[in-house]
Design a protein around this ligand. Sequence first.
Ligand SMILES: C[C@H](N[C@H](C(=O)O)[C@@H]1CCCN1C(=O)[C@@H](N)CC(=O)O)C(=O)N1CCC[C@H]1C(=O)O
Ligand SMILES: [Zn+2]
Length: 625
Amino acid sequence: FLQLATAHEIKSEQGRAAQWLRDANDRAGRVYYNLQVARWVYATNITKFNGERQHNASIMSAEFDREAAENATSFAWENFTDSDLRRQFRKISDVGSAALLRKDKAKYERLISLVTKMETTYSEGQVCDKKGTCLDLEPGLTRLMATSRNYSELLDAWKGWRDATGRKIRDDYKEFVSLSNEAAVENGYRDTGDYWRSWYDTADFRDQLEQLYEEMKPLYLNLHAYVKNKLKAKYGESLFPPSGHIPAHLLGNMWAQSWNNIFDIVEPFAGKPSVDVTPKMKELNYTPRRMFNISDEFFTSLGLEAMPQEFWDHSMLEKPTDGRKVVCHASAWDFYNKKDFRIKQCTDITMDDLITVHHEMGHVEYYLQYKEQPVVYRRGANPGFHEAVGDVLALSVSTPTHLKEIGLLDNVTNDNESVINYLMSIALDKIAFIPFGYLMDQWRWGVFNGSIKFEEYNKEWWKLRCKYQGVSPPIHRNESDFDPGAKYHIPANTPYIRYFVSYVLQFQFHEALCNTANQTGPLHMCDIYRSTEAGAKLGNMLKLGSSKPWPEALEKVTGTRNMSANAILLYFKPLIDWLKVQNQGQTITWSEECPIEYYTTTSVPSTAKPANSTGRLHNGFFIVA
Ligand SMILES: C[C@H](N[C@H](C(=O)O)[C@@H]1CCCN1C(=O)[C@@H](N)CC(=O)O)C(=O)N1CCC[C@H]1C(=O)O
Ligand SMILES: [Zn+2]
């Protein structure tokens, strides 16, 4: 009898709990909408007033989360037989940094103020010349890093950016780490890194990441060796340290995280149709709006959701010209009201930005697909899934046949040399990224768990950069510098391992969707355009949001429950074979330690002349510290 009563009790309690959850999810939608509006207004118009408004909305939202978690404890939800109720309650009970609110509201306010302050410093960063002409990161410094082939000009922009951002937030970051860890402990975790990894709900997550990195490492070593030889031919052997590292400012990108802008320097076979469509986009007078339309049309060709009118009405697709200060770093926004979804991007007319457009649109497509889920489930199956969606489509868009179909390429040749050129252009983005995507949170997890001390923040950063990426600082660095702070995700406090996970998953998705689309050719030439079967398979996974464990979501698309590097290795097989021939007899590794002449632990004045650059003047640009 007692059991019957208990079972009956649990059933009726589950009924009450389900009602409470529906109500909590509705209230969460309204609270998060207000938060997102306040954050959006600030990100698209940085003013003191908007900053305070955003701050207050953040407090309100955190108060709501904390209170909901508190109320959830009035249900014995761990005993519930309904696994979906248990899953929702578990997620509502995890309040993240808002746990600090319960312990010390002033500390929580300081924590979120520090992140806003660091992200604002980053977004306002500029590099100016003697006449007072200044370059922002977007588009000025990004274009310079992509197009300049002048060693010292690149060096001044590289150093100037770090002086203008990382150097300024070093102490703020130290304070942030301590408050963030205090919040993580209050939330039941060892430290912030422990909390962030919990989102993957994978016991041996770090081992799996290490294993994936090792599997892809040969690809990176061979690409690094080949690119280094081409750069030496361009800039002169003497500018490269004997340790085997590549100076970090020569790779066409402020962080050396993707190298596609130096394709012209490393092109394997000259005289083939260019795979860099930037010139063609400019020739055809492309606008940002047209770039977004191309991506939107690809999604609808798969039978997926089109961008709603609100998206086109409220997004910021270009850098404002009315003097407003904005956070230019591209991002996608869910307003949690099932109607309002936006992208904020200071879009430049380049191939790079066409890829970023697809990346951001992938986020919005995920938002659209899971918008009917309870608010607690409107997340990626794991954060890597959210990063992979847009990139999967971009793998199809980037194929020469697709670029020709949309008029960005005049003719397509698919002889072996053209295939190598094409794979090289994709590898300069995808393979080059692997060690960077891996090391960013290796550094941050080390900072959060205390193994990386404040006094060695920059030294440990360069140890990882030299070890995994094989890039070295082109000028003296010391502990007055804070080079991790020159990369958006550190001041903005956005985790990064999600991109490493995404670069593995996106090739698994690509391979599976290509099979579904009956694309029988080599994986690197597959284009799933207009395949509604592939679209349905992808859409059915996206609709789940985070309502199921991510291996289940992965299995729905790929048939496997594990991350695997096999798909990316299959995709680049022809290139790796070709690279191995090119690198025959060469040393394809580098010494693990940074070339010591570039790293000093004592702080030297930041105007120290670069060890190797010729002059300081170029294009009238003189970098003041
Ligand atoms: C350009 C892109 N901007 C991020 C992204 O889109 O992931 C922005 C900023 C941080 C989070 N974010 C979002 O938009 C989230 N709201 C999406 C979501 O979680 O819903 C970015 O930072 N990228 C793309 C390639 C590698 C990395 C880089 O550029 O290093
Ligand atoms: Zn993203």
